[in-house]
Design a protein. Structure first.
Length: 112
């Protein structure tokens, strides 16, 4: 079966994944929002194509990545950048500085 992904211009604004990290957000609400985003025609699944070991892609230091949960956040942000897309997240603590080349257009914070 051929590649069914849209062209690169349409991929730029895609949502990679939602992360639930804010205490007090109902699981049902987060799942409902995720289903809504994923059911849209604009949603594209991105395979695991970025490695945490990629030299020069991440800034692994205590200033930009402050705990184990932020490692996953940095990875997902890097995956969005690699696919010219955007990471949508409930997490307000993700630092754009954790990933080389990250810009505001690559991160969308969703109010819980």
């Amino acid at each position: 079966m051929g590649d069914v992904r849209p062209d690169r211009e349409r991929v730029r604004a895609r949502i990679v994944q939602l992360r639930l990290s804010r205490p007090g957000t109902a699981i049902e609400d987060a799942v409902s929002r995720c289903r809504t985003y994923c059911s849209g025609q604009e949603h594209v699944f991105w395979p695991d194509s970025v490695s945490l070991c990629d030299r020069g892609r991440f800034r692994w230091n205590h200033v930009h990545v402050q705990g184990h949960r932020q490692i996953t956040d940095a990875y997902l942000l890097a995956l969005a950048i690699a696919n010219q897309g955007r990471l949508a997240t409930f997490d307000s603590t993700i630092s754009l500085r954790a990933v080389e080349g990250a810009k505001g257009k690559n991160l969308e914070r969703i109010a819980a």
